[in-house]
Write a protein that binds this ligand. Structure first.
Ligand code: PXP
Length: 252
């Protein structure tokens, strides 16, 4: 089974910084440390309300990742403003996400089925600029097919519902994991690269990492929290080790 890439989402380093309006903790330092600790790329979400990552952060992140030759995954809503920023920075990848101002985090996947006509031209323009475009979707077969039809190269499956079910010991958890597996299989069958993310922690990472179709996980909030106690590098090493274990058990 191929090695699973790990993208580190550094949004919440900026959340802590912004809580006091000072220049620290610096998300760029987190990006540097994450890459040094073996992360395969950096993910950041520039929200419309700039609640965590700022425009200046995006400029700096684009420069750092370009200098290090590492991928930057720019999460963005499907808006003309964000499209212009993506086209100005030309990150390695863009992940299109839904965005509602009042939400605490990205609560569900992008509705590509309903948004098809608005999303398709944005995907085309980003792809023409050489950006790998992903749609962050719920693990739903119709959404996977819609992502393919708008021209995305990648789907990122929203793991939040399953992770929450596991944390709350919900009887729904096995069914939600099966949904993720089925969506991953469907994505590969349609020729898409399949990623996953949201809400993943040390407990939930292994069943996700064991899904053989997955190529990349994007993890943020839990690791930034864990970094308070053990440091960002050790937290990433532990997550990486759990991912590798899950893959080698499957391969054995
Ligand atoms: N992937 C996407 C598309 C996201 O929007 C987020 C959250 O911003 C993540 C991954 C990471 O989720 P978490 O911070 O819960 O690990």
């Amino acid at each position: 089974m191929s090695k699973l890439r790990l993208g580190i989402n550094i949004d919440h380093v900026a959340t802590v910084r912004n809580a006091r309006g000072e220049g620290y903790p610096d998300p760029m330092r987190a990006a540097d440390m994450a890459l040094a600790a073996g992360a395969d790329g950096i993910t950041a979400h520039l929200r419309e309300d700039r609640r965590h990552i700022s425009d200046a952060d995006m400029d700096a992140l684009a420069a750092i990742t370009r200098r290090r030759g590492q991928p930057l995954n720019f999460e963005m809503a499907v808006t003309p403003e964000m499209e212009a920023i993506a086209l100005a920075h030309l990150p390695h990848a863009v992940c299109l996400v839904p965005e509602r101002r009042e939400e605490v985090t990205t609560e569900g996947g992008l509705d590509v089925v309903r948004g098809h006509n608005a999303i398709a031209p944005v995907v085309r323009r980003l792809a023409e600029a050489g950006i790998r475009v992903s749609c962050f979707i719920d693990p739903d077969l119709a959404q996977v097919a819609a992502a393919k039809s708008v021209g995305a190269q990648v789907v990122e499956l929203h793991t939040g519902a399953w992770c929450e079910a596991v944390r709350h010991r919900s009887p729904d958890a096995p069914r939600l994991l099966e949904r993720l597996k089925a969506a991953a299989r469907e994505g590969v069958a349609l020729g898409l690269e399949v990623h996953a993310g949201h809400g993943i922690d040390y407990e939930t990472v292994k069943p996700i990492a064991a899904i053989p179709e997955l190529m990349e996980l994007n993890i943020g909030h839990f690791l930034i929290g864990e970094a308070i106690f053990i440091g960002l590098g050790p937290a990433i090493h532990r997550m990486r080790a759990l991912m590798d274990e899950a893959r080698s058990v499957r391969a054995a």
